[in-house]
Design a protein around this ligand. Structure first.
Ligand SMILES: C[S@@+](CC[C@H](N)C(=O)[O-])C[C@H]1O[C@@H](n2cnc3c(N)ncnc32)[C@H](O)[C@@H]1O
Length: 224
């Protein structure tokens, strides 16, 4: 593990200890619960609307304690889940409540398994540009034909708003810097993958219709 990833793991281990398996821990620590709940519901809606037909095998990258996998498991009891997370307490919690979890960086995750559906939610934001390319290419090779990836990441619009309101240069939940994306930039991350097609793309705004209040962008990609 590089020094950067070791530090990130330490930060997430501390955060999980402090905040537990809660939406506040994996969404926005300073947001009121009703707002995190509303963001959570919108994530779940986007994911369930864009789930691959017959998705039996799900890979949840940076799964946390299983906020989203748990929702899918409740709706689709026949699915099987594989998580990957750096944080030890979250990986253990995922194993207790959802399914197998690899406790380590996605950069090191290898498997012969094929997945029908891959979730990447607020995890690309911690990877470097070079790692985006390497990791997405590897995940793409693990995705079955007609399989889908749903990726949800922080919006650049949120970062601009944060900077204006706080004067701070980072909106990272754990210190350090993170990536923020315009919707087009997030879509473009997948454009070089063979047979990739964007099938849905949407912003999660705090205030409906006000694009400047976007907190996350969501994209769904299908493999030919
Ligand atoms: C903001 S939380 C989101 C968790 C989950 N996806 C959700 O939306 O509820 C980010 C998660 O990514 C994990 N993480 C960060 N960098 C990672 C990496 N390189 N490999 C695996 N997990 C990572 C953290 O430990 C943390 O649990």
């Amino acid at each position: 593990m590089t020094e950067r990833i070791e530090q990130l793991k330490k930060d997430w281990d501390e955060r999980s200890e402090r905040l537990g398996a809660t939406q506040r821990a994996v969404l926005f620590k300073r947001f009121p619960d009703w707002l995190n709940k509303s963001i959570h519901r919108r994530h779940v809606r986007f994911i369930t609307e864009n789930i691959a037909q017959g998705s039996g095998q799900v890979l949840d990258v940076g799964c946390g304690y299983g906020r989203l996998s748990l929702e899918l498991a409740a709706r689709f009891p026949s699915f099987t889940f594989q998580g990957v997370d750096l944080c030890t307490e979250f990986a253990n919690e995922y194993e207790r409540s959802v399914g197998r979890c690899y406790n380590g960086p996605i950069q090191d995750f290898r498997t012969d398994a094929r997945f029908d559906f891959i979730l990447i939610v607020t995890t690309l934001m911690y990877l470097t540009e070079k790692e985006h390319e390497e990791v997405l290419t590897r995940l793409w090779s693990m995705l079955a034909s007609k399989g889908r990836i749903v990726c949800i990441e922080p919006a650049s619009e949120l970062f601009q708003l944060w900077r204006r309101l706080t004067g701070r240069e980072s909106a990272s939940p754990t210190g350090g810097t993170i990536h923020h994306f315009l919707r087009r930039q997030l879509e473009d991350k997948f454009s070089s993958l063979a047979g990739a097609r964007v099938i849905a793309s949407q912003a999660v705004n705090i205030l409906p219709f006000f694009a400047t209040t976007a907190v996350h962008h969501c994209v769904a990609i299908e493999k030919a």
